[in-house]
Design a protein around this ligand. Sequence first.
Ligand code: DQA
Length: 173
Amino acid sequence: MAKRILMVNGPNLNLLGTREPGIYGARRLDWIVAQVREQARVLGYELDAFQSNGEGDLVTRIGSSAGRYAGIVLNPAAYTHTSIALRDAIKAVGVPCVEVHLSNIHAREPFRQQSMTAGACIGIVGGFGWRSYVLALEGLVGWIESDAKPAKAPAGRRKPGRKAAPRVRKERT
Ligand code: DQA
């Protein structure tokens, strides 16, 4: 698998820098991407970044990520709260994905406190501004390179998630 991470950003995140800076911070998306790309490089990964305001574009980009990316860092933005299509895309490709939010969505309006996508992700990070992305990347790479990868289980050990065969006690006759 290529040592390549996909960073996906949803609607209105192209406006970071001027968009509600009291909530989302003053950094532009390009600047954030540069920080995440640099940290990815330090960790031995390349980073591709994609932003779209369209749900279909996001679904298509995630849908073509299998086999090309080791993992996805995703801020679905407002689609977090509505998009079953994005959730299904994450599930469909099976590429480990971390959900990111600049703000702490659980401390905001009730409609932001529900995520359609988080359940399809290996983890979520939010509330740390632009640093949420870097933390998400670090968590994702740690997950990719750790015991969470069934294929990396040493020979002789059970793969995670598989139940041990039941021990059958022979009846004495
Ligand atoms: C956001 C939170 C969402 O509720 C909102 O719609 C966004 C940004 C965040 O990063 O904090 O666009 O995903």
